[in-house]
Design a protein around this ligand. Structure first.
Ligand code: ADP
Ligand code: MG
Length: 612
């Protein structure tokens, strides 16, 4: 019987799609970035049911030629770079050539495009990676892509999506950032047939801020512009009146790309230090421009994270620019700091959502827009902010009332049990260390290190009991140099180490060669893990029964093997939780530290003074 299968190309595409397409907002991001790259200056995005049912992106960009249509959906097919060298100077938003192929692998996609130079447009339908239709159609210049029924063929992924309201909120949040990233592009965002916002594309960032955050916020902002060493910061800083209780209002873009960076956040906050109360965060919209060689955006497919070549210099620049702008403002506090632009370019025309066989009336968009105008006395109103993300956990000023999990708690419903398992709602990871999940009326915190340690330890102990420890061969063996005391302890403890799966040989002098280690501990740096274990053993000494000594060594080794921040994926934590819940006592790590604690809805409501 064959055990190893080669996956078919559709399965491979679906797996690869997971990296680019996580949820509706990631689809919208990729599609809008393609429109930007196509030189569009007007982009309309429409979603229904959080984008799960429908996403439609229409642009007035260059369009795609008929002969390029099928290629656009191939993975690693791109018109934007040719070699890896181009990566360092890439200016376009996309460049991996993965998006369209990935999206088409997990949804039903209809693309209508007309290249500027072509007489006719073309329509191309692809579902689950399989071409369904391709024909010529009359169409305006530009491209419309309709993505329906996201993850219809990958139910496991679909299950991970949140409610349509939450997913819609993510898309709205993304659209706001896209609009701020490019004030020179006219964006229209329609959600469930309602125009949520529409920007003019006249290049005025302040006007975009007004459309998104409303009048009150736009009134309390001051312009910033600063240059140094080829870097520029331009945009608006909120005055302290605009301070917020979380970081969600710190918006910054590098070379027009929206990113998240602890470094930049820290720089901004440092610059604001003299003007901000503790636990308050500024509002700002900053455009940072720098040489593409100085910054690396090719860190992650979602391109949200960046690395800087000269962090310190960059950080100093931000702090100084922010602090100086704020202090200069104080001296001229009475001036009108935000002069109106003398002249405003005409608004661009938003491209009409275009689609073959549109299901609803062609006029929906026009009607909605008109209705919106009638309902609002002014053409621009304050946009309702979308549902906040689970940001509460990012707040700096939370003081949780920790309540250790009591065993009685589990009498009714054991949290770490098979039956509860299906009802978990995993919320995510914080501080690279803790995982949060919701169950019933409690929010649970799991320490991933403690959990990992516990699982490894239990596995190792079980194997020891069954007299069958799995070893991992180290090839070549690692050579460690030990100190005098360590040498002493090691020679005494050699047999215990051997029982646990460490095969160690004297190598002459103070050197030992390690040929195998327990398989369960083969995670990080085996050399560090071994030395740390030995070091700790040297400190505690060898006392107790052989069983106790073995357990102690295992405990130390498990701890050493999971040390340091490990980036763990959702799938991995899922598997870890699965295993954790099969254990007798999953609630404490081998060191006795808790692996999990809970905070009740009651505690949270009290904190918010909903309950007095
Ligand atoms: P990438 O953007 O990384 O090149 P994609 O899969 O997103 O990869 O797109 C593949 C190709 O399809 C692009 O390189 C571009 O040539 C073309 N394309 C995609 N969307 C558009 C659009 N809206 N207008 C014009 N061309 C597009
Ligand atoms: Mg792209």
């Amino acid at each position: 019987m064959a055990l190893i299968h080669i996956l078919d190309s559709q399965t491979i595409d679906q797996i690869a799609a997971g990296e680019v397409v996580e949820r509706p907002s990631s689809v919208v991001k990729e599609l809008v970035e393609n429109s930007m790259d196509a030189g569009a200056d007007a982009i309309t995005v429409e979603i229904k049911d959080g984008g799960i049912e429908l996403i439609r992106v229409t642009d007035n960009g260059c369009g795609i030629l008929k002969e390029d249509l099928p290629n656009a959906f191939l993975r690693h097919a791109t018109s934007k770079i040719r070699t890896a060298e181009d990566l360092s100077k890439v200016l376009s938003m996309g460049f991996r050539g993965e998006a369209l192929g990935s999206i088409a692998a997990v949804a039903k996609v209809e693309l209508i495009s007309k290249h500027r130079d072509a007489l006719m447009g073309n329509r191309y339908v692809i579902e689950g990676g399989i071409e369904k239709e391709s024909d010529e159609v009359g169409a305006p210049d530009g491209t419309t892509i309709v993505v329906r029924n996201l993850f219809y063929n990958t139910p496991a992924r679909r299950k991970f999506l949140k409610t349509t309201a939450t997913e819609g909120g993510y898309v709205a949040d993304l659209m706001e950032h896209l609009a701020m990233s490019r004030p020179d592009i006219s964006y229209t965002f329609i959600q469930n047939r309602q125009v949520k916002f529409s920007t003019s594309g006249n290049g005025d960032l302040k006007e975009v801020i007004y459309h998104i955050y409303g009048k009150d916020t736009a009134r309390e902002i001051i312009p910033i512009i600063s240059n140094q060493d080829g870097m520029t910061i331009e945009g608006y800083l909120g005055t302290p009146v605009n301070a917020r209780s979380n970081r969600n209002f710190e918006n910054y873009f590098i070379n027009r790309r929206y990113i998240k960076s602890n470094l930049i956040a820290k720089g901004i906050e440092e610059g604001y230090k003299a003007y901000m109360m503790q636990h308050r965060f500024p509002f700002c919209v900053l455009h940072i421009t720098m040489d593409t060689q100085e910054v690396d955006v090719n860190v992650h497919p979602s391109k949200m994270d960046v690395r800087f070549h000269d962090q310190q210099q960059f950080m100093d620049f931000i702090i100084k620019a922010v602090a100086e702008t704020l202090s200069a403002r104080e001296m001229i506090a009475d001036c009108d700091l935000v002069p109106e632009k003398e002249e405003k370019k005409l608004s661009k025309e938003a491209p009409e959502p275009f689609e073959h066989n549109r299901r609803e009336s062609e006029d929906t968009h026009k009607k909605t827009a008109m209705l919106q105008k009638i309902l609002e006395p002014k053409p621009v109103g304050k946009v309702t902010k979308p549902v906040p993300k689970n940001n509460i956990l990012k707040e700096r000023d939370h003081i949780f009332v920790e309540r250790p999990v009591q065993m009685e708690l589990f009498d009714k419903q054991r949290v770490l049990s098979e039956s509860s398992r299906k009802q978990y709602k995993i919320i995510g990871q914080i501080f690279d260390t803790y995982w949060l999940f919701e169950l019933g009326d409690n929010l649970y915190f799991i320490d991933q290190h403690a959990a990992h340690e516990k699982v490894n330890y239990e596995r190792l102990m079980k194997q020891l009991k069954e007299d069958h420890v799995y070893r991992q061969q180290l090839n070549p063996p690692i050579v460690v140099t030990v100190t005098g005391i360590e040498r002493q302890v090691l020679s005494e403890a050699m047999e215990y180490f051997a029982e646990l799966g460490f095969e160690i040989e004297e190598f002459g002098g103070n050197e030992y060669a390690i040929r195998t280690i327990p398989l369960e501990l083969y995670l990080n740096d085996p050399k560090d893990m071994f030395l740390e274990t030995l070091n700790e053993l040297a400190e505690t000494g060898l006392t107790g029964t052989p069983e106790i000594i073995c357990q102690r060594i295992a405990t130390m080794a498990c701890k050493a093997s999971v040390k340091g921040n490990m980036k763990v994926s959702l799938t991995e934590i899922d598997a870890l939780l699965d295993e954790l819940l099969t254990l007798e006592n999953p609630y404490h790590c081998p060191h006795g530290r808790p692996t999990i604690f809970a905070m009740s809805k009651y505690d949270i409501e009290k904190k918010f003074k909903r309950i007095v």
